[in-house]
Design a protein around this ligand. Structure first.
Ligand SMILES: *Cc1c(COP(=O)(O)O)cnc(C)c1O
Length: 490
């Protein structure tokens, strides 16, 4: 018998099978016994595993722990981080009165759901300092696309078809240029200045009568608040452009800064980042598009309105709507979670988020800046970008090696090689909910890895060592994916 000492039992379900073992007990038959179909329709050679109930439970429970998860480990991803996902929001979203609704039900029978959507619309406008909103977009990038299509519709209805150019700083999220291009705009990249802000001189020389607008991520993907933002908005407005703000991650601004008051005309926020909603594996999400009044007629439909006199909620479609961003009313489950999150935290709870998010990221920044290159040595927002370029040069240790080694210490790797403008980038977002103990553990681990890089680089090149799968060939996996499981894969 093989005795496993590393606690990772790789045996497959089939290999655990023992003939005659049964894991289920059926209740006594309470219907008349039926005759089986003729023998030539029946198979008796199906290779199914035979296991006891507890063997089966252990197998699947262990399998579930092979995944890194926010419920098991610190997860300082950066940019697309899952922030705070209290379980109560899932419970509320699965209440039958909400989860069993059918999207084709008559309005009069879903007044509660519409009221929830209406109040969420109001809360998000209030939090962001904007006037109007559509909850329809089902992801951040979907919200961006909606905003770009609205920008296009606005210029066309003002007889400005020549406005085809969207300016996007090089510190923007990658979805920004993709969304602008999908809406048919020409994308012009703006450089960042040495402090990490949008370069004002470059902006001034890029605006003209062909400008449709500017898309800026705030805070930027460098984790920085662009201190030129008021000037940026002014320059774009004076040239007749629309200012679009990517507010996917608003954690550092909540209750402190309202994007609407800075001068933004259109923004989106990711409910699946800033406002709860677990989003592992790419979904589900919601990216409401939130706007100033003068753009209301172009919003994607449907929008919920409330008639105070009749105390009745209904859906409507604005007169010049860009149309629908998806089926029905948006991603309702995500909307319920965000509503529950905002109501649970209340005004003071929401404000606390930004304070903690910023303090946590800056604590990591100050503790690690002597160990890793800090491309922008200034106060950061909810995340901090470090660079491993010195390790690359001196020890041939890449950001990837460091990220993989973190897994051995039970920490999810941060976002790597993004933002693109930083060599060997490690983008770290601790989130507002982590304790000082957790942050101190992470800092100690990063210092230990820094030492390992110098003393024992091979250890990092081959990391991770303690996981069911060790270093995988990610390029091969991406180019030649083999998604069909067979036992011979193992
Ligand atoms: C995640 C993210 C997006 C894209 O959101 P999706 O829901 O993944 O489409 C856009 N901008 C920023 C800054 C982000 O962090």
């Amino acid at each position: 018998m093989n005795i496993e000492i590393n606690n990772i039992d790789r045996k497959l379900l089939m290999d655990r099978s023992s003939p005659g073992r049964i894991g289920a007990t059926l209740p006594p038959l309470d219907v008349p016994k039926q005759k089986l179909p003729p023998n030539n329709y029946l198979r008796d050679n199906i290779d199914l595993p035979e296991l006891s109930e507890s063997e089966l439970v252990r197998y699947f429970s262990k399998l579930s722990q092979f995944n890194f998860s926010i419920d098991h480990n610190f997860y300082p991803l950066g940019s697309c981080t899952m922030k705070y996902n209290p379980k109560i929001n899932d419970e509320i979203a699965s209440m039958k009165g909400l989860s069993n609704l059918h999207p084709l039900q008559d309005e009069s029978t879903i007044q509660g759901a519409l009221k929830l959507m209406f109040e969420l619309q109001e809360s998000l406008c209030e939090i962001t300092g904007m006037d109007n909103i559509s909850l329809a977009p089902m992801a951040g990038a979907d919200g961006e696309l909606a905003g770009m299509l609205m920008t296009k519709a606005y210029h066309l209805s003002n007889k400005n078809p020549q406005r085809k150019k969207i300016l996007i700083p090089d510190s923007a999220h990658g979805t920004n240029p993709a969304s602008a291009a999908m809406a048919g705009f020409e994308v012009i990249t703006l450089p960042s200045d040495p402090k990490g802000n949008a370069d004002i001189e470059a902006l001034k020389s890029s605006v003209d009568e062909t400008l449709a607008g500017l898309m800026i991520t705030l805070p930027s993907t460098l984790g920085l608040f662009d201190t030129n933002i008021l000037d940026v908005c002014k320059i774009v407005h004076n040239a007749g452009g629309i200012v679009y703000g990517d507010g996917a991650n608003l954690n550092s601004l909540l209750g402190r800064v309202k994007l609407g008051e800075l001068g933004f005309d259109i923004i989106h926020s990711n409910l699946h980042k800033t406002f709860t909603q677990p989003h592992g594996g790419g979904g589900p999400g919601a990216g409401p598009v939130i706007i100033k009044k003068f753009l209301s007629d172009y919003l994607p439909s449907p929008i919920v309105k409330y008639n105070q006199k009749t105390n009745y909620y209904s859906l409507y479609s604005p007169i010049n709507t860009i149309g629908k961003m998806g089926a029905f009313h948006g991603n309702f489950g995500a909307l319920v979670r965000a509503y529950s999150y905002i109501k649970t935290l209340g005004g003071s709870g929401i404000n606390q988020i930004s304070q903690n998010a910023v303090i946590n990221a800056n604590y990591i920044r100050t503790q690690l800046k002597d160990y890793f290159t800090l491309p922008f040595d200034r106060t950061c927002m909810h995340e901090v970008v470090l660079s491993a370029k010195d390790y690359k040069q001196k020890y041939n240790i890449s950001a990837l090696d460091i990220a993989k080694r973190l897994i051995d210490y039970g920490i999810h790797p941060p976002t790597m090689y993004f933002p693109l403008i930083i060599d060997e980038a490690l983008l770290i977002e601790p989130t507002e909910t982590e304790s000082k103990d957790t942050l101190d553990y992470f800092i100690e681990v990063m210092k230990t890895i820094s030492k390992e890089a110098k003393d024992n680089p091979e250890l990092l090149h081959n990391a991770p060592h303690n996981t069911p799968n060790t270093r995988v060939d990610e390029a091969l996996a991406a180019r030649n994916p083999n998604l069909r499981w067979t036992s011979s894969n193992i």
